[in-house]
Ligand binder design. Sequence first.
Ligand code: RIB
Ligand code: CA
Length: 306
Amino acid sequence: MIIDTDTASDDAVALAMALNHPGVDVVAITTVVGNCSLEDTTRNALYTADLCGSGVPVYAGADRPLLVKAGLATYFHGMDGLGDHGYPVPSRSAEDTDGVSALITHIRNSPGSTLVTLGPLTNVALALAQAPELVDLVGRCVVMGGTANTVGNVTPAAEFNLWFDPHAARLVFASGLPIEMVGWEICRGEAGLDATERAALRALDTPLAHFFLDCNSTALEASRKQSGTVRLQLPDPTAMAAAIDKDGVVTHSSSHYVEVEAESPLTRGMSVVDSLDVTGNPANVEVVNAIDTARFKEMIFDAARG
Ligand code: RIB
Ligand code: CA
């Protein structure tokens, strides 16, 4: 597995799910700007790897979107991306190789691997521009991003990862990569951890259980203000669960033509899903429509046990 991430609080839980899973071999983590600056997303990824006792190489990628300017999501995840708890400096630095080159090298070296994207798609778009053949080398590309014709979380039309760099998202969705899209709508409702589930997680009393909850303290409050939910929504872990255990987690998916809007100020970043196949265009995305939320949550608890 190769993970591309704008590591903030929910990404961190997703990274731990993969790093701590006995059936997953994470060969590389590449970081991108999004939730917070590239420096902070990279530091957060390294710190999370430390907590998991992992020496997986981390490579810093793009520090800005391809064309547009975009605001960070520090309002949601905290200024440092991990709830501003003053976590220690990571034990190591990122590799010297940049994230885009690393994506190309690791995908070439691990044909058939699963690429999981947890942030804006800038690195992936830049890698595809340099090496278009990557689309045939990636086994699965599980994308946390978009919303399937439903409400967005950063504008009424768009989810943050696709909104932050809409041109990159448009390129990646049109590239031919075997995309499995886990939209923001899948991460809401029953997929969120309610107070009882959060208390049970806390009661595990492991360093990761405390970290999962503490680093998402700002996100929990921001979610409540944003949509009134009292649940802790964890989009990236939702996508990671689908990547790790597709048969156990994904209960319904369907393949459709999906195009991303990149120019309209009103709908920039919108993932337009041709759910009724009215365009006649060939399907380019497998859209996840429903998950087994209990199975997903079990995977978070398993990761927290370390
Ligand atoms: O819209 C949710 C996504 O945006 C998640 O990946 C979160 O980490 C942010 O990057
Ligand atoms: Ca993310």
